[in-house]
Design a protein around this ligand. Structure first.
Ligand code: IMP
Length: 428
């Protein structure tokens, strides 16, 4: 089982960190392959809660090399703040490795994210305003700065000259903002950040392959999720990277033959932050219940998440685009108090039943969910630790959902703690 990918199957915040953390025990490396500090993982270890944005969750295990891969966009300020926070709480970060090829987020990226969202007004995407989109845009336009540029001042300056030649007039003339001085950026990035980042910088492609070649297990930890994927998500309401399993290959530097297990993480309901279509969204007291019981406020931005029933049409699509071998279903306990629970199994689009994700997004915007309804179990699941300990109604729901998705549900989360997870099928 050398290469395992953990990927979100909905719109993010599925509890990937918890699943990654569970698998970490058998891993030599945990690699983040895309995104940046727009992510937010909360891990609860021995009653202590750790919130991570950039550093892979595997950092909490001394035997793991946590790796930030080439596909990630790195804000060094955030990286160092996270290292300091973990160190102050007794977590050793000396093992952390960052790809020399990862792109940097600079202050102008964040500012562009803020002013562009403001410019979009009511059509805004609802980004995390961390500069993620603008950093990836510069990467694609081949004017990005990479982690390795921190260690060569002449290259750093030359690249900034090219990029600021274009961006400073944009700030001044379009957004009525001050531009950025090269000397200021050099002082902060090369003067302050570079010496502290340098011990962590490595050829991470080599590290991953060395681990795989020596028979070690490598976990590729996706951030965000399938329906926020730049190619497969609900464009333009997406992030600017590829969270889907294929992104693990490009974002970490391995070919598909190194991946032999792909675990899709899904919540037992759905949530979304930011704008975009959402067929099963709830605007009633059940939606409020999911927000309050599931603590559905962003780890990162504190925003109230939109909530709705689980959508098996989306999950079937996630199975295909990620080659999912199984589903880890999280937060089942959040449904404990409900009289009945629903699974969306198809859509009604203008009177026609549709069982696949509509390829035309306008149809997805108009799609009305067709539900299967299951009796609630009205039992506290947080102490359940095996298939046998689950009430019959909860099992019936899980079996119905599994049928609707088409791959096994191998793990079921019943609470935030490390041990509150049930191994349901032999796939786990
Ligand atoms: P960006 O990634 O900041 O550009 O935001 C683009 C979209 O992705 C917005 O709708 C965000 O709310 C969403 N998003 C980004 N990161 C996360 C995440 O970790 N969880 C959930 N949504 C996210």
């Amino acid at each position: 089982m050398p290469g395992t990918v953990v990927v979100g199957t909905q719109w993010g915040d599925e509890g990937k960190g918890k699943v990654t953390d569970l698998l970490a025990q058998d891993m030599q490396c945990v690699v983040r392959y895309q995104g940046g500090h727009n992510a937010g993982h909360t891990l609860v270890v021995k009653g202590e809660s750790f919130k991570l944005q950039l550093i892979p969750s595997g950092v909490l295990y001394p035997h793991i090399t946590p790796i930030i891969g080439n596909g990630v966009v790195v804000d060094p300020k955030v990286l160092l703040a996270e290292v300091d926070m973990l160190t102050s709480r007794g977590v050793d970060c000396s093992n952390l490795r960052v790809s020399a090829n990862a792109h940097l987020i600079l202050p102008y990226h964040q500012m562009l994210d803020v002013v562009f969202e403001r410019h979009l007004g009511k059509n805004k995407l609802g980004t995390t305003k961390r500069g993620i989109g603008p950093a990836y845009a510069d990467k694609a336009a081949r004017v990005g700065l990479r982690v390795q540029d921190l260690f060569d001042e002449s290259i750093f300056r030359a690249k900034l000259e090219v990029v600021l030649h274009e961006k400073n007039p944009l700030f001044a003339k379009v957004y009525n903002k001050l531009g950025y001085e090269i000397d200021d950026l050099v002082a902060t990035y090369i003067g302050e950040y570079a010496p502290r980042v340098e011990p962590h910088v490595a050829d991470t492609v080599d590290l991953v392959h060395e681990a795989l070649e020596s028979g070690g297990n490598v976990l590729f930890e996706g951030a965000q999720a399938t329906f926020l994927d730049l190619d497969h998500g609900t464009y333009p309401f997406v992030t600017s990277s590829n969270p889907t399993a294929g992104g693990a290959c490009t974002g970490a530097g391995v070919g598909p033959r190194h991946i032999d297990r792909v675990i899709g993480v899904a919540k037992a309901y759905t949530t979304r932050v930011g704008a975009g279509p959402y067929p099963t969204e709830l605007f009633d007291e059940v939606g409020d219940h999911l927000v309050n019981t599931g603590h559905e406020f962003g780890t990162n931005t504190g925003r109230r998440r939109r909530t709705g029933w689980v959508d098996a049409v989306m999950l079937r699509h996630a199975v295909r685009v990620n080659s999912l071998s199984e589903i880890a279903l999280t937060k089942l306990d959040v449904l404990d108090a409900l009289d009945s629970v629903k699974v969306c199994v198809g859509y009604d689009v203008d009177g026609d039943r549709v069982d696949k994700l509509p390829y035309h997004q306008s149809d997805f915007h108009r799609a009305k969910p067709i539900y299967e309804e299951y009796a609630g179990w009205k039992t506290d699941l947080t102490e359940c630790n095996s298939r046998e300990s689950l009430p019959a109604a909860a099992l019936a729901y899980l079996e119905g959902l599994e049928r609707a998705i088409g791959v096994p549900i191998s793990l079921v989360g019943v609470g935030p703690g490390r041990r509150q997870i049930i191994h349901l099928s032999s796939a786990a």
